[in-house]
Every structure is written in structure tokens, then in C-alpha cells.
Ligand binder design. Structure first.
Ligand code: ADP
Length: 495
């Protein structure tokens, strides 16, 4: 029998990638291409959605060519994407009406303050699972409607369409105007329980319903690619990047969670069939939805600075010349020597959400060497994870049983052991750490019957390494108390 494949597109913040997977879920080829970051003003971040679409076509073509695979041997295309980034395009010409507004963009701050005064954050949180933050797509869309000439009238006449990046790519590939439920759950416009656009939220944000995509599952056939190298191939999955990683890590049971350690880190915990409202600074979101099955919900904790603290040690302090060297330097000492670094470079994210916080190095004495600083840098990622896990414990009765990890920092064995020690649960790294693409591929493969069921995917997932907790509990408690003390020192700094 001729081998068949699934092609996954990962449309990320800095680049677009395509990975071709075979039926074992093994990577066959990878192609990648960066796009421009556009900074029109301080705090504003934009992408050219046309450029992104061009790059996606190029990486699809290159990945297939490298694999020597024709379109008739590709069973499905899956999509995973940078979340919340907002595109509006002309239905007739297919051209974006403005640059895409990227998730990091903070221009909606004043609008969010007005919404907070008018409705209160709880009104939004109880419906959407989200706090009022500049992060989310709905307010970005509102900004475009208020600021692009004539756009609101055109939106009301149904001439222009809104979508997050999944929706934009599916429309370009298939001509269908749909979005998946995980991406829709990041707009502040969807009711988390009914999984539909909420008319009262649309009213509050003054968004015309005519421009919104239809909300569909994460794994189902949205349409078939109309042209290009994969003409005729079903487009069969879409998941926001962090949700795709949860799926690619096969966290299908309540209590299973993953954390992706890159520049920043994202921990998602599968909480099962009902959404858990957070009282402790986490987001409630849709984890995934397969076809017509009920959705799996997740709690999400975002940490702003983890891998970027290692970069800071390298680029700003010059104590190491490459990120992996941090491990060697940290191993020159036995422990942190009493030193803690809280990297609140631009405030603290989950679970604190304190924009007034700024970073501290606490516990400095004449004894501290660069080795201790390297240790404190690594430990900061683990303690920040611990704070998110503690918030999850406080919010839900679904306890984390073990943590699956991926991302660039998971190469660091010292950090992985320390993580298991401070969380007091096993930490597991899979053989395929491209979990985002893998999740999109898994979901697309499920939708077309390329893989029969979740149990098959589960069996396919392979462990590469595991770290078991080994720290003395009394020692852990003392260190945690010190960490909390250091975090308190960061607060009330910026005005
Ligand atoms: P992103 O997808 O956010 O760009 P990656 O998953 O590629 O991130 O991971 C890169 C990050 O991981 C960088 O911030 C880098 O400092 C950090 N990193 C890479 N290798 C190591 C290592 N061996 N130890 C600690 N940190 C590392």
C-alpha cells in the first residue's frame, strides 16, 4: 500500500511552518518562512495577512516537494495558528482591508477600560471565561470598525468578513467562512457554554453579526482546498496553537496538562466537559472539540517571561554565549545560594496580573556567583509554573497528575528535574516536541479517518524522557516560601 500523509500548517507569530507527518505520526519534512513584524507605533504590532497567506502557500509547496509527496497522497490538511490576531477582508476581492492586528498589540487598552466601566469585568468573564485584556480579538475588531473609513457600513452590508488567522487561512484555502471553537473562544464574543456568538456580547462590542464566521469543531472537514499544490485535499482541523499543543500531547483526560516552554510559557489543563470559572487569575477556554462530540474545556495559565530570561542572561548580562550554556553554568554550584530572580519585566501575568510589578533579584549577598544567578534563572521558570498549578488547584477539583512538556527549554535536564521537584508530579517529554503541528495533524487525521480514534493517537504518542520528584518536602516548602517573598518584593514598583 502507498504511504499516505497529513500536512499540518503552523501559522505562528514570527513564522509559518508546514510539517508533513506519516501514519505513525513521524515527521517527514519541515518547511518554514518568516514574515515581517510591523510596528506602526509603540505598543502596536501588525502583520500583513497577504504576506502570511503567500508564505503558507510556499511552505506547503516546499514541505511536500521535500517529502516527494503528491497531493493525492495527502489525506488532510490541518491548521494551527497564532491566537487572537485579527483579520478583516473584503468578501469579493479576498483582500485584507487593513493589516492584521496581532495578539501582542495593546491599542485597545482605552476601549477595554470603557467596557470595564460600563459592564464590569465579571460580566464578560462569566460568559466568555476571559478577563478584559488587550490580548483578545473582539476589541481589536471593534478598533478596526471604528478606525477604518466606511468599514462599519460595509460590515453591516456583509461585504467584509472577520476572522482570526485560522479563519483567514481556511477561507483562502477553501472559500468557506468558518472558524474553530478554540479560536472563537479567544474573541470575547463567544458564549463558552453554548459555543455560539453571544448577541449581548456583540451588542456590547458593537460588532455586526454579518461579518462573523460560523463556529465549527476543531476536527471536521471545513471544505476542500480549491487551488494550489493541494487542490482537492480536505481542510480538516483548526486549533489555536496552545490548544493544538494540548491535543498533540494527547492530554485527552481531565487532569492531564501540558506546558510549552518557549520565550514565555503556557500551561493548559484539561478540565473535562464543563468549563471551570477561574477566581485565581487563569483563563477558561475551549481545549478542543472533535466533530459533534462535546467539547473538552481547559484552564490556561500564561507566564510572560521564561526562556526570554535565559536570553537576558545571554544578551544583556553576557554571562553565557548560548541558551543551552545556562545549564553548564548552573551546574557549577550546588544550589541557588539563597538567590531568587523574579522576571516581572513587564509586570506579572498569571496568576497575579500585576502590571505595576517589575523584576527583582532577591537575596543577594557577597557569596552569590554567576552560577547562582544561572540557577535562579532556571528556577524562576519552575516556580512560575508552580504558581499557575497552585491557582489551578484552587480553581478546580481536577488535580494535575503529571505534566507533559515541550518547547525549547525542555532540552534543559536540570530545569526538568527541578520542575518535577517543585511541582511534586512527574514531568514527561515526548519524542516529538513539535506538538503544535502534531496536534493539528492529529485532529485533521481523525476528521478524515486517517487515524481511527483517540486511543490510537494515545498509543502513538511516545515518551522520550521522564523526571520524577525527588526533593525533600520540607526543603520544597522553604524554597516556595522564599519565592513568594521575592514575588512580593516586585509589587507596587511601576506607577
Ligand atoms: P518560541 O517558540 O517562543 O520562539 P522555543 O520553543 O524555540 O521558543 O524556545 C526558545 C527559548 O528557549 C528561548 O527563549 C531560549 O532562551 C530558551 N532555551 C533554548 N534552549 C535552552 C536550554 N537548553 N536551556 C534553557 N533555555 C533554553
Amino acid at each position: 500500500m502507498t504511504e499516505r500523509y497529513v500536512a499540518a500548517i503552523d501559522q505562528g507569530t514570527t513564522s509559518s511552518r508546514c510539517i508533513v507527518f506519516d501514519s505513525d505520526g513521524t515527521i517527514v519534512t519541515v518547511a518554514r518562512r518568516e514574515h515581517r513584524q510591523i510596528f506602526p507605533r509603540p505598543g502596536w504590532v501588525e502583520h500583513d495577512a497577504e504576506e502570511i497567506w503567500t508564505n503558507v502557500q510556499v511552505v506547503l509547496r516546499d514541505a511536500l516537494a521535500d517529502a516527494g509527496v503528491d497531493s493525492d497522497r495527502v489525506a488532510a490538511i490541518g491548521i494551527t495558528n497564532q491566537r487572537e490576531t485579527t483579520v478583516v477582508w473584503d468578501r469579493a476581492t479576498g483582500r485584507p482591508v487593513h493589516n492584521a492586528i496581532v495578539w501582542q498589540d495593546t491599542r485597545t487598552g482605552p476601549l477595554l477600560r470603557r467596557l470595564d466601566e460600563a459592564y464590569g469585568e465579571d460580566w464578560f468573564r462569566s460568559r466568555t471565561g476571559l478577563p478584559l485584556a488587550t490580548y483578545f480579538a473582539g476589541p481589536k475588531l471593534r478598533w478596526l470598525l471604528d478606525n477604518v473609513d466606511g468599514l462599519r457600513d460595509r460590515a453591516e452590508r456583509g461585504e467584509v468578513l472577520f476572522g482570526t488567522v485560522d479563519s483567514w487561512l481556511i477561507w483562502k484555502l477553501t472559500g468557506r467562512h468558518v472558524t474553530d471553537v478554540t479560536n472563537a473562544s479567544r474573541t470575547l464574543l463567544m458564549d463558552l457554554r453554548t459555543l455560539r456568538w453571544d448577541p449581548e456580547l456583540l451588542d456590547a462590542l458593537e460588532i455586526p453579526a454579518a461579518m462573523l464566521p460560523e463556529i465549527r469543531s476543531s476536527a471536521e472537514i471545513y471544505g476542500t482546498a480549491e487551488g494550489g499544490v493541494l487542490a482537492g485535499t480536505p481542510v480538516a482541523s483548526a486549533l489555536g496553537d496552545q490548544q493544538a499543543a494540548l491535543f498533540g500531547q494527547t492530554c485527552f483526560q481531565p487532569g492531564e496538562g501540558k506546558c510549552t516552554y518557549g520565550t514565555g510559557s503556557f500551561l493548559l489543563l484539561n478540565t473535562g466537559a464543563t468549563p471551570v470559572e477561574s477566581r485565581h487569575g487563569l483563563l477558561t477556554t475551549v481545549g478542543y472539540r472533535i466533530g459533534a462530540e462535546p467539547p473538552a474545556y481547559a484552564l490556561e495559565g500564561a507566564i510572560a517571561v521564561t526562556g526570554s530570561l535565559v536570553q537576558w542572561l545571554r544578551d544583556n548580562l553576557g554571562l553565557i554565549s548560548s541558551a543551552p550554556e545556562v545549564e553548564e553554568l548552573a551546574r557549577t554550584v550546588e544550589d541557588n545560594g539563597g538567590c531568587y530572580i523574579v522576571p516581572a519585566f513587564s509586570g506579572l501575568f498569571a496568576p497575579h496580573w500585576r502590571s505595576d510589578a517589575r523584576g527583582v533579584i532577591a537575596g543577594l549577598t557577597g557569596y552569590i556567583t554567576k552560577g547562582h544567578l544561572a540557577r535562579a534563572v532556571l528556577e524562576a521558570s519552575a516556580w512560575q509554573t508552580r504558581e499557575v498549578v497552585d491557582a489551578m488547584d484552587a480553581d478546580s477539583d481536577v488535580a494535575l497528575r503529571r505534566l507533559r512538556v515541550d518547547g525549547g527549554m525542555t532540552e534543559n535536564e536540570l530545569l526538568m528535574q527541578f520542575l518535577a521537584d517543585v511541582l511534586d508530579v512527574p514531568v514527561v517529554r515526548p519524542t516529538i516536541t513539535e506538538t503544535t503541528c502534531l496536534g493539528a495533524a492529529y485532529a485533521a487525521g481523525l476528521a478524515v479517518g486517517f487515524w481511527p480514534d483517540l486511543a490510537t493517537l494515545r498509543r502513538q504518542w511516545r515518551e522520550d524522557a521522564q523526571w520524577l520528584p525527588a526533593m525533600d518536602p520540607a526543603h520544597r516548602d522553604r524554597e516556595l516560601a522564599n519565592w513568594h517573598k521575592a514575588v512580593r518584593r516586585t509589587l507596587d514598583w511601576a506607577d
